[in-house]
Unconditional design. Structure first.
Lengths: 558, 337
């Protein structure tokens, strides 16, 4: 994103914070981010900045009884909760991608119910492939990529006159329609961005001290609000890339805005699209879509799973600790712990009635969380495999998917072909998506088996971290011919694959090798041994039998 | 936002609006599941409906019991005869995704236990939602055991708490409204079946619809009072229609022939259990009452087959034919095209 745009977005936000909601920063925090936030702070005087780390407790967010203070004073002490305290202020979520979806939902609800004073949200994402929770990203109008911005991105703009004018700015219907058309063409699947784009266009006009929204304002809004949300490239793009530009309409789009004939709604839509397209670097859309998909597949990343031991599952007894953030107080054990101390404490504070319970007496319940199995399918989509057994392999995977659905297991799909492996489907419970990505599985190219195995190890590691039990199912003919470095070479490729297989064994990942080779046990058998995997040659197995054996492996793993 | 967006001003989403209205006419239909895209006004619609409904008379207990029907009161209210009556809007309670069992069911009041050594029940979200709506966004991401619990309470109309030495039961007549995006995960089939109606909510694909929605929303945000005043007449009309339908509901006749048709439909679609047929009948009756008809007809069945049955079909998870398409096929077979 250009520097001017970042500063402009901030200025617009300062003009109409209540309706634009906030901003999501992407990339490593640095001087650029700090100066942008500083600018916001200055433009909105009197608003405090609240920092919310991702590990903040749900108690602290929504408020609850402050147990320690209550005990100390002997009367109830309530903690209002940060969201209530922050009303009308700025909320800075650092490392928002680590925020659990439960907490994100709480924050989203607070934004929705905030009174006119508003609650401005600043999400901060760490870069890489992880995104802020969709519920929050959806509520911030702007998304600013910090890479390439340097320290003094923000310039001082006085927004007070614009704020005064804002209520009187008129948004013509044709401009509004153009914005909606653009949002649709870009595949923005929600109405919120369209509303925010309308607000941004208004703010842009107000910032310029104009009482009427013009096409330029709408272009700014489309570029800043709708552009970063594009889910697919506008349909007209390909046509334009392949053909020479279409013959201009009677009055060409350049001068139509300032000559006799006003542009039609359709034309306004086109012009806004062009503005968005110009600001999108090539390849961004694909990356964006990948990012959006990934984030959608990650209910309650990390946070929920890490705390699972205190919330649900089979009871495991109690341990000392504070009954907050969803941990349940074990009342009887707490009383038992407090009982021996009663005479001593009563002597120390004779004026207090009732039981004397101190913070150290608290016992909370522990639970053994239920572990979910995630089946990671690693499918050989190379030419050698694709030519022969792909249909059967797909059939087998489909059967397995149906099984996973019944068992509420999650599935992930990795395909390797050409020069590398690709995670086509991050762990998900959605069968629709698993099916879709399997049907779209591309085929052809070399067999980078080593890359496939390594990718499986990486995904399995993620699954484990999130508290699940991974299980890898390989479907390949074992005819590796691409080395770890991505170069062709059969012998070396096989050696690399075996090394990867041994690495897999060390991680303790449970695996199943389904051999797609046609003639007798090939290299797959050796690989399976190296992995410590069960081996199942497909020539003797129909799809139903594969399904059975995976189901058996899952059961023994769960 | 202080002012609520008027229900009548919601553009599009006819199926969702109708399903909501029917739950208002007959809460026994049993909840609503709205699956679909983000930002399509699902929660706006629920909130708007509750604001549209007339205020209810309530006792001053935490469960805001109905002073006029002793059978549905909490033990405390049942024991007294002199109630302090107040008027409250129909409650709409949000269930946040991270909510714990304690928060939902209610739990021991720590404050009282600690400072006074008393055993006292702190009512949870279910108590707050009694006689109103409990709205769960992203119900498909909610932990299974919480969903189980919600559906149990919604079906029985009573919350039973047996934990931490407490033994409490209180009325919790709630209409459960769940929403979510199926792309992010699916609900267990056994839970799907427990929702009364289900609607599919899609982002409109026509520019004109988008423009209309954005325009109205924009007008509302700029001048909430003025906008609401503009729609007040339509809101009044809808409110009166609901009240009239509620009174007429018991008088609506469901002929045996229609019941037989509904059964044929369910058999044709191989829905599990009888819940589907019951819901279809109740929804059709509510629809008839809302339309001012005295009798349920095939037209009502035709209209409500999809929302009442689409989530109850035995589903081959790999079958791509949508449930809605299968239902319209069955409707055509049983009722004729």
């Amino acid at each position: 994103m250009a520097e001017g745009d970042a500063a402009l977005a901030m200025a617009l936000l300062a003009v109409d914070p209540a309706r634009l909601g906030g901003v999501t920063f992407r990339g490593r925090g640095g001087p650029a981010r700090d100066s942008l936030i500083e600018f916001l702070g200055k433009a909105l005087p009197g608003q405090r900045l609240f920092r919310l780390p991702p590990h903040i407790g749900e108690d602290r967010l929504s408020g609850s009884l402050d147990v320690a203070a209550t005990l100390r004073s002997g009367r109830p002490v309530h903690d209002r909760g940060l969201l209530a305290e922050a009303a009308g202020g700025l909320l800075l979520l650092t490392s928002a991608e680590r925020l659990s979806s439960g907490k994100a939902a709480l924050i989203a609800a607070a934004i929705d119910t905030a009174t006119d004073s508003g609650l401005l949200l600043i999400c901060d994402e760490g870069g890489d492939d992880e995104n802020a929770p969709p519920a929050l990203a959806e509520r911030t109008a702007f998304r600013i990529d910090l890479d390439g911005l340097d320290g003094d991105a923000a310039v001082a703009i006085d927004v007070a006159p614009a704020r005064a004018l804002l209520a009187h700015v008129i948004l013509p219907d044709d401009i509004l329609e153009g914005l909606c058309r653009t949002a649709l063409a870009l595949g923005v699947g929600s109405l919120r961005p369209a509303l925010m784009a309308a607000a941004a266009a208004r703010a842009s006009a107000a910032l310029d001290q104009r009482p009427l929204v013009t096409l330029e304002d709408a272009q700014t809004a489309a570029r800043l609000v709708l552009g970063p949300r594009a889910r697919h490239a506008p349909a007209t793009e390909e046509a334009e890339a392949n053909e020479p530009p279409p013959p201009p309409p009677p009055s060409s789009s350049d001068d139509s805005s300032d000559t006799d004939r006003p542009p039609t709604d359709q034309e306004i839509g086109e012009m806004l699209l062009a503005a968005v397209r110009a600001s999108l670097p090539p390849g961004l859309l694909a990356a964006l879509e990948a990012g959006l998909r990934q984030q959608a597949a990650k209910p309650g990343a990390g946070g929920l799973a890490a705390k699972a031991g205190l919330k649900r599952g089979r009871p495991l007894g109690t341990r000392p600790g504070q009954p907050r953030n969803g941990a349940r107080l074990a009342l009887i054990d707490t009383l038992r712990a407090a009982a021996p101390w009663q005479p001593v404490r009563r002597r120390a504070r004779p004026e207090r009635e009732g039981l004397h319970i101190a913070g150290t007496d608290f016992r909370i319940r522990r639970f053994k969380p239920r572990h979910e199995t995630t089946a990671i399918f690693v499918v050989d989509a190379s030419r050698s495999a694709a030519m022969r057994r792909m249909a059967e392999a797909k059939g087998a995977v489909e059967l397995l998917l149906a099984d996973c659905y019944v068992r509420r297991d999650r599935t992930a799909l990795i395909a390797f072909r050409g020069s590398g492996a690709e995670l086509l489907l991050p762990p998900t419970r959605s069968l629709q998506r698993a099916r879709k990505s399997l049907a779209d599985l591309p085929g052809g190219g070399g067999t980078p088996l080593c890359a496939g195995i390594e990718q499986a190890i990486a995904v399995a590691d993620q699954v484990r971290r999130a508290g699940g039990i991974p299980l890898a199912v390989f479907l390949t003919d074992g005819k590796a011919n691409i080395t770890r470095a991505g170069t062709p070479g059969r012998a070396e490729a096989l050696a690399d694959a075996e090394a990867a297989a041994r690495a897999l064994r060390i991680t303790g990942l449970r695996a199943l090798m389904i051999d797609l080779a046609e003639s007798g046990p090939g290299p797959c058998r050796r690989l399976a041994e190296a992995m410590g995997a069960s081996y199942l040659p497909l020539p003797y197995a129909d799809a139903a039998r594969i399904s059975q054996s995976v189901a058996a492996a899952m059961k023994s793993g769960a | 936002m202080s002012a609520r967006y008027p229900f009548s001003a919601i553009a599009g989403q006819e199926e969702l609006k109708q399903a909501l209205l029917l739950t208002a006419v007959d809460p026994l239909i049993g909840g609503l599941l709205a699956f679909g895209d983000r930002g399509t006004g699902k929660s706006t619609a629920v909130r708007a409906l509750a604001a549209l409904l007339p205020e209810i008379r309530a006792t001053s207990c935490p469960y805001h019991c109905d002073p006029d029907s002793p059978a549905a009161q909490c033990p405390v209210c049942r024991a007294t005869t002199t109630h302090k009556i107040r008027k409250i809007p129909i409650p709409v309670v949000d269930l946040p995704l991270g909510a714990t069992e304690d928060r939902v069911l209610g739990a021991l009041n720590l404050e009282r236990a600690l400072s006074h050594g008393e055993k006292h029940f702190e009512p949870g979200l279910l108590a707050q939602a009694n006689r109103g709506y409990l709205y769960v966004d992203e119900v498909n991401l909610l932990e299974d055991h919480i969903v189980d619990l919600l559906l149990d309470v919604a079906a029985s109309g009573e919350n039973v708490v047996e934990r931490e030495g407490l033994s409490i039961r209180h009325p919790a007549r709630i209409v459960l409204v769940g929403s979510g995006n199926p792309e992010e995960g699916e609900l267990r089939p056994q839970l799907l079946d427990r929702f009364g109606l289900s609607v599919e909510v899609r982002t409109p694909s026509q520019v004109a619809d988008w423009v209309e929605i954005v325009k109205r929303r924009d007008a509302f945000e700029r001048d909430p009072e003025g906008f609401s005043a503009q729609w007040e007449k339509a809101e009044d009309q809808t409110r009166r229609r609901i009240l009239k339908a509620r009174r007429a509901l018991h008088a609506v006749v469901v002929p045996d022939a229609i019941l037989a048709r509904a059964a044929e439909l369910c058999i044709n679609l191989k829905t599990d259990g009888l819940r589907g047929q019951l819901t279809l009948m109740r929804a059709a009756r509510a629809r008839a009452a809302f339309a001012g008809d005295r009798q349920v007809t095939e037209a009502h069945l035709r209209e409500l087959a999809a929302p009442a049955l689409r989530h109850r079909l035995r589903r081959n998870p790999l079958d791509e034919t949508g449930s809605t398409a299968r239902i319209s096929r069955a409707v055509a077979e049983v009722l004729g095209a």
